[in-house]
Design a protein around this ligand. Structure first.
Ligand code: OGA
Ligand code: NI
Length: 334
């Protein structure tokens, strides 16, 4: 897909429509991460080229052989489902509309029920700092979700490095910041819905961080396809994780890789849980285009911004109503 197909003119409110028609499966590349660590440098450079092509053309891909065991993956989804199906008390205790709270529960039943999702947002790095605020019920939640959080962070750092390398960006300076960066997990629950054409799970939006890794129990995530108009379903391969580019990778790459517009639809056959793990820079770190991405022919295209700036933005703008943080960062002279 030409990356320009997701440029500002095709982004936003026109993509909020409900999924009236059956959609095609997105032809996403499947990347075998074991090759990234291969001793043979040719293997690694072929992998970097494949990752770069996927990021440029689609903004997303799937990964296998990422090193997270099937049991850790399965138990994270079980813990998520058990939390959503546990008694209302704990959920109510965590419920908040304050976007700055590090751990909060919420629901989005909108517009006379045209949207249906429950979510738990939780900061996850450094884990020891945040885990005391995570749910205590079910009793195994912290342990199981915590194990997954640590593992998926390792994969995210590996992927962010590979993506930056695919752009030719020197990662040495960025690594320190990324090591101490934000990890926010959005744990989502979507009810089974016999009429998924009448109701969305999560309307179209972009994720703010550098990268999102999504783990789902069944199909439901959709992205805009190569034509820049039609939604395509992200396939669910057992053991694979879905990866997509977020706003801050678009900024770092100075627009070479684009943040991916995506949404979640409801599943007619089963209730759906997903864990979207978002990775970015530390809370107050201002992110701007990498120096290698800027020259006379490629002037800086985005304002600098931090995670805190994103929180300030979503505090007053609804990103599920066609507003997007990345558009607010675009400099008008480019
Ligand atoms: C998110 C998200 C999609 C899904 O949490 O940001 O896009 O499939 N989730 O749950
Ligand atoms: Ni998202």
């Amino acid at each position: 897909m030409s990356s320009s197909l997701l440029s500002s003119t095709t982004r936003g409110s026109s993509k909020q429509m409900l999924p009236f028609r059956p959609v095609e499966l997105a032809p996403l590349p499947i990347i075998d991460l074991s090759y990234l660590n291969h001793q043979h440098s040719l293997c690694r450079s072929i992998m970097l080229e494949t990752i770069g092509k996927a990021c440029k053309e689609m903004g997303c891909f799937q990964v296998i052989n990422h090193g997270i065991s099937r049991s850790v993956m399965k138990e994270a989804l079980e813990a998520a489902l058990d939390f959503f199906e546990s008694s209302a008390d704990e959920k109510e205790a965590l419920e908040s509309n304050d976007v700055r709270k590090p751990v909060r529960y919420g629901t989005s039943f909108k517009d006379g029920n045209s949207e249906s999702r429950c979510f738990l947002k939780q900061y996850a790095h450094p884990l020891q700092e945040w885990i005391p605020f995570w749910p205590t019920s079910p009793p195994h939640y912290r342990e199981k979700m915590g194990k997954y959080a640590v593992e998926v962070r390792r994969v995210a750092l590996q992927l962010i490095n590979a993506i930056l390398e695919s752009l030719g960006v020197d990662t040495a300076n960025l690594n320190n910041q990324l090591e101490g960066g934000m990890q926010v997990m959005a744990v989502n629950f979507y009810p089974q819905c016999p009429k998924p054409d009448l109701m969305l799970g999560f309307p179209a939006h972009y994720d703010y961080g550098c990268l999102t890794i999504l783990h789902q129990n069944c199909q439901g995530l959709q992205i805009i396809g190569v034509d820049g108009e039609d939604w395509e379903a992200v396939p669910e391969f057992p053991g694979a994780l879905h990866v997509h580019i977020g706003d801050h990778m678009e900024v770092l790459s100075n627009g070479r890789y684009k943040s991916v517009l995506h949404r979640a639809v409801l599943n007619p056959e089963e209730k759906r849980v997903s864990v979207a793990s978002i990775y970015g820079f530390p809370m107050d770190e201002k992110v701007t285009a990498a120096k290698e991405m800027v020259d006379e022919q490629h002037p800086r295209r985005y304002k600098e911004s931090s995670f805190r700036d994103f929180l300030d933005y979503i505090d007053i703008n609804d990103i599920t109503e066609g507003k997007s943080f990345i558009d607010s960062l675009k400099l008008t002279n480019t």
